[in-house]
Structure formats: structure tokens, C-alpha cells
Design a binder for this molecule. Structure first.
Ligand code: AGP
Length: 614
């Protein structure tokens, strides 16, 4: 995620901003920048590609003077890492400074419109259009917070934005739109802070407010004011978060499980940010230490994993077949390690393990290593054992997953596999630039679409009330949605202790249909991915036997909705990316049922976060 920090108070801002960025460095970035307003109203901006140490070195020990400012660490999405593309981004007059986390999905159209109005855009970033929109709104007489509010009405996507202007030197303004980036406000004595997440603030204050989707805030040394998306003033009371950083990280959430479900749009953005450039389209896996020749000599792929990570691997298998053009198979690591698998230098073994310490996965990796197979691992834990066994690693960059049941590492692993398959497909000449653009383009909209699904949580909670007392569930799907059905069943099992089975729907007539009755609800995933018609038939078969069906469908599919007893709707996206949307309601359903059943959601009975013993 991009790191954001802002300060308005009585102390010199620059050292505080740099310290705040240092506390966000764990997130990874390729550029850093700072903007400080001094008492004469001069705006000092310093930004460049490279690490924070390089930025602070360029300050040569002389921090720009001023008691109000903002700072940023950037992962590139639009515009390569460069000094010009680093944040803060500014307007024509260099009087406005903006830092941003998110993707302005309509930045090209807005850029054209602004240039037609005489604005001179100088960077390759999507963010710069925000600075010019604010400039234009200020020129129209808006106060700073209104200028930002009118600007966010024009931009599409999910965002966290902080801005200031030298012409109104006492305040910072910020806005949060969607789920791609948090905004936390910290309350001090005669000073206030703003940051993209809690760790940046904790050493300075434990009194915080979390901005919600659509809200805006204005900070001065003395005051904090809030507005809703319509510009109406709202009240938000600061809360005191625990001193313990881990407990504090839970923020306002009742459970880490819910927090980690909700932060998936941001995690997915973190996973592909800095690795996907949209214009021109490219996938760059900077930490993939495996040569193009090695990848070209691969003849097949074997994926190994356990639990939720296996379900990500099942989705990844399709990605390798369709995007890299390689035969691919998936196996439980616990099975692979004992079956004398036929693998060798021609087989790329891809392991998925968010902890990187799962014993069966590590043992299977060592089996493959003995067979001479090149290995890539997908991992969320820097320096984990699996990253030392594999030849190369693609990190998911989700930040620690505290809940025992996995959620954000699943969707992040799927995206990591998607990027890896695109990269290999490109290296092997299977994908040309046009095809790559068709595959990377939809990623820009994915965090926003995931956020839209998560906004439907209240309807899922209502379903949970209706289904909390059943003892058995069947999850049915086909193709790329079959792993999602498996994951939905696993979540329900491990969180609420209800028996649930995930099945390929084509298997129904080969046995499971005998189970159908009014005591066994069926969750059927029937989205527009080429399997919809077949799934409609399966839904009809279940209903014909008095089975209750919850159908997970695409928005507006009224015909399918009429076939089911209950529906859950998700937006459209490409079939390959639909699993990242359909899994979200199933995670939420399992979570809410578990809460209603009084289960220990973050530490389910009998389970460990990492299975390091057989
Ligand atoms: C899933 O919710 C469980 N936490 C468990 O199945 C987990 O996915 C499995 O143990 C694999 O863990 P890993 O990704 O760290 O290897």
C-alpha cells in the first residue's frame, strides 16, 4: 500500500513526517516525498524515486521549516517509478500538494478534460489529475475541503487522499472513498495527525478516528472537522486504541477476521501495485529471481499447498493453463510428498503458503528440490522457510494475517498467481502486449468491485440469521468457481463448526444429490463465467428435491434469481477474476454465522494458524 502521513501542530513537521513514513516502510514502496508549509506560506516539496533514506539524505540534515505538512511512500501503478511520478503531486501553480493511495480509474479522460481547460500535466501518474481538480475548484471559490469533495465526485475508483494548499496554510484535508486505503486521524495536544494506517500514529497518540467510506476531514493545529459525501458536517468521536500494537491493529473491528475480510480490496491492490503498469501494460515481478530461459524451458507446472492456500492454488492452476499455456496440476502437499511424483527439471513446482512454514508444504518442496524441479513460492511472510527452499518468491504483501482462518491471504495469493501466470505467459511468448493489456486492465477496477461486494455485508448478515441453525451445507460450483465453493465450505467448517462440503456441481448425480432435503441448504455459484447454464440446471435439480438454494449470481441476473430461494449478487468482471468477488460473501456468511453461534471467531477450536507439525 502507499504510505501516507500528515501533520498539523506546533512542532516542526518534517522530522515527524519522515518518522511516520519510516513506520510504514514495511509495506514496501519505490519512491518517497514530502511537502511542508512554512510560516511565510512557502511550500517546500522534496520527492524522489528510491528509498526513504535517499530522500532524507537529500535533505542533508536540513529539514524544510514549517509546522504543517504531508508525506508519502509510493508503489507505482500508473507511471514508472521516477522523481516526477513520486508524490506529492501538484497543480499548475505548484500551490496545491496531494498524496494518494488508490487508482483514479478515469484519469485519462479527466487528464484530457483538464488539458483542454489549459492545465499542464507533467507526470505519468493518475494522481496528478486530483491536484488539478482541486486547483480548479479553489479557483471557483471553494474552501479547501469543498475543493476536495468536488474533486472526489469526479474521480472513479477507491481512494485515500490528503491535500494542502499554500493559499490556506493552516489546514490539511483528506477524504476516503471505497476500500482501497484507510485514513486514520490522530489527536494530540495542539496537534493532529493523519495516516494511511495505525502503526504510523501509535508512538504519537492512541486517540484516533477512522474515516469511513465517503467521508472528509479537515485538520488544523487546534481543530478537526468532518463532513459526509454530501458536504454535511458530521460528528466523529475519537476512541482510545489499546497500547498493545497487535490489539490496536484490530481498530474498530470486533474480530480480526472481519477486519481482514474487509481489508481485502486494499491487500489486493498492495499485491499488484508496483508490479503492474497499465500504460503501457506490463507485469514486473521485481522479486522473482528466476531467469526467462528457465521459464521458457518449463514443460508443466505442479502446484502444492494446504487448506485455504490449496484453494488459491486450484485457481492458479487455471491461470497457468490459460495464461501461460502450460499443463498444470494441483495436489495437497501432504499427498504430493508421499506419492513419488514424477517431477524434474522440466516441472515448475509452485507452492502456496501464506505462513511459509506449513510442514507438509515444506516437506513437499524438499521432495521437489531433490527431483531437481525449479520452484517458486507464493508467501505472505518475509524470510519464511519456504522462501529459503524455493528458487524464487512472489510475496503477497498483505501485512500480518492475525485471524487463524485465512481470508486476505487467499485473495492476495490468487492475484500473485495471476501475475505470475501473466509474467510467464509473456516470457514464453504466449501473451502479446494486447492480450496482456486485456488481462491487466481489469485489475485497476478490482479493488473497487471488491469494495462494492463488501458493502453488501448487511444482507449477508441477514442470511446468516436465517441459516445459523442448520447442521449441514452443500457448496456447489463449476470451473474456476469450484475452488471458491471448496473455500466457502472450509470457512463455514472452521469458523462455525458446521459440517459443509464443497463439490463440483457436475458430481451431483454421482452421489451428493442423495443428501438433498430441506435440512441441507445448498449454496450454488451461478455467475456469468461460461458455467451459468449448467449451474442453473443444478439449481433446478436441488429445488426439485425440496432443497433450499442460496444462489450467488451476477448483479441483475433476474432469471437466475427466480430459480433460487435466496440470492447474493456480485458485480461483473472477467471470468478469471470473478473468484476474487464470489469468495467474499462466503467469507462473510461463515463469519456472521460463527458470531451468531458464539464461536471463537479469531481462534477456532482445535485450529492453529500455522500447521508446523503433522
Ligand atoms: C484456512 O483458513 C486455514 N487457516 C488453513 O487451512 C491454512 O490455509 C493452511 O493451514 C495453510 O496455511 P499456509 O498458507 O500458511 O501454508
Amino acid at each position: 500500500m502507499c504510505g501516507i502521513i500528515g501533520y498539523a501542530g506546533t512542532r516542526q513537521a518534517s522530522p515527524l513526517l519522515v518518522e511516520g513514513l519510516q513506520r510504514l516502510e514495511y509495506r514496501g514502496y519505490d519512491s518517497a516525498g514530502i511537502a511542508v508549509l512554512d510560516s511565510d506560506g512557502q511550500l517546500h516539496v522534496k520527492k524522489q524515486q528510491g528509498k526513504l533514506a535517499k530522500l532524507t539524505a537529500s535533505l542533508e540534515g536540513v529539514h524544510p521549516p514549517g509546522t504543517i505538512g504531508l508525506a508519502h511512500t509510493r508503489w507505482a501503478t500508473h507511471g514508472k517509478p521516477s522523481d516526477e511520478n513520486a508524490h506529492p503531486q501538484q497543480d499548475c501553480s505548484q500551490e496545491v500538494a496531494v498524496v494518494h493511495n488508490g487508482i483514479v480509474e478515469n484519469y485519462l479522460d479527466l487528464g484530457q478534460e483538464l488539458m483542454a481547460q489549459g492545465h499542464g500535466l507533467t507526470s505519468e501518474t493518475d494522481t496528478e489529475v486530483i491536484a488539478h481538480l482541486i486547483e480548479a475548484n479553489l479557483q471557483n471559490g471553494d474552501e479547501l475541503h469543498e475543493a476536495l469533495r468536488h474533486a472526489i465526485q469526479r474521480i472513479e475508483g477507491s481512494h485515500a487522499i490528503v491535500a494542502l494548499t499554500k493559499n490556506d496554510p493552516d489546514r490539511l484535508v483528506a477524504a476516503r472513498v471505497g476500500n482501497a486505503g484507510g485514513v486514520v486521524i490522530g489527536y494530540g495536544e495542539n496537534e493532529h495527525f493523519i495516516a494511511s494506517d495505525l502503526p504510523a500514529l501509535l508512538p504519537e497518540t492512541h486517540r484516533v478516528v477512522f474515516l469511513d467510506d465517503g467521508e472528509l476531514v479537515e485538520l488544523t493545529r487546534e481543530s478537526v472537522r468532518y463532513w459526509d459525501a454530501a458536504g454535511e458536517p458530521i460528528d466523529k468521536e475519537p476512541q482510545t486504541v489499546p497500547l498493545d500494537p497487535v490489539a490496536a491493529a484490530k481498530g474498530t473491528y470486533k474480530h480480526f477476521m472481519l477486519k481482514e475480510i474487509v481489508e481485502q480490496p486494499e491487500c489486493v491492490l498492495d499485491t499488484f501495485r508496483g508490479r503492474v503498469l497499465f500504460d503501457p501494460p506490463s507485469v514486473q515481478l521485481e522479486d522473482l529471481d528466476m531467469s526467462a530461459d528457465t521459464l521458457r524451458n518449463i514443460e508443466r507446472v505442479v502446484l502444492i499447498a494446504m487448506g485455504t492456500s490449496l484453494h488459491a492454488a486450484m485457481v492458479g492452476r487455471r491461470y497457468f493453463e490459460e495464461l501461460a499455456g502450460l499443463p498444470a496440476e494441483v495436489d495437497y502437499a501432504s499427498e504430493f510428498r508421499y506419492r513419488s511424483a514424477i517431477v524434474g527439471p522440466e516441472t515448475l513446482v509452485v507452492s502456496v503458503a501464506q505462513s511459509g512454514e506449513t510442514v507438509d508444504t515444506l516437506e513437499a518442496m524438499q521432495e521437489a528440490q531433490r527431483a531437481g524441479s525449479p520452484q517458486i513460492t507464493i508467501c505472505n511472510t518475509p524470510g519464511a522457510q519456504s522462501t529459503r527452499v524455493a528458487d524464487a518468491t512472489v510475496y503477497t504483501r498483505c501485512g500480518p494475517e492475525i485471524s487463524v482462518a485465512s481470508s486476505k491471504t487467499l485473495t492476495a495469493s490468487m492475484i500473485a498467481l495471476y501475475l505470475l501466470a501473466c509474467h510467464i505467459g509473456r516470457v514464453r511468448g504466449r501473451l502479446d502486449e494486447t492480450q496482456l493489456a486485456e488481462l491487466t486492465g481489469p485489475l485497476a477496477h478490482l479493488p473497487d468491485l471488491m469494495g462494492r461486494v463488501l458493502h453488501g455485508a448487511p444482507a449477508i448478515e441477514e442470511l446468516a440469521h436465517q441459516f445459523q441453525s442448520y447442521h449441514h451445507f452443500l457448496f456447489l460450483a463449476r470451473g474456476l468457481q469450484y475452488p471458491v465453493a471448496m473455500e466457502g465450505a472450509l470457512k463455514l467448517k472452521e469458523l462455525s463448526y458446521i459440517h459443509a462440503e464443497g463439490y463440483p456441481a457436475g458430481e451431483m448425480k454421482h452421489g451428493p444429490i442423495a443428501l438433498i432435503d430441506e435440512q441441507m441448504p445448498t449454496i450454488a455459484i451461478a455467475v456469468r463465467d461460461g458455467m451459468r447454464e449448467k449451474m442453473r440446471s443444478n439449481i433446478e435439480q436441488v429445488r426439485a428435491r425440496d432443497g433450499t438454494v442460496i444462489a450467488l449470481i451476477n448483479e441483475g441476473d433476474t432469471e437466475m434469481a427466480q430459480k433460487a430461494d435466496h440470492v447474493i449478487e456480485v458485480p461483473e468482471t472477467t471470468p478469471l477474476l470473478l473468484p476474487l468477488l464470489t469468495v467474499l460473501p462466503l467469507q462473510l456468511l461463515a463469519y456472521y454465522i460463527a458470531v451468531l453461534r458464539g464461536c471463537d471467531v479469531d481462534q477456532p477450536r482445535n485450529l492453529a494458524k500455522t500447521v508446523t507439525v503433522e
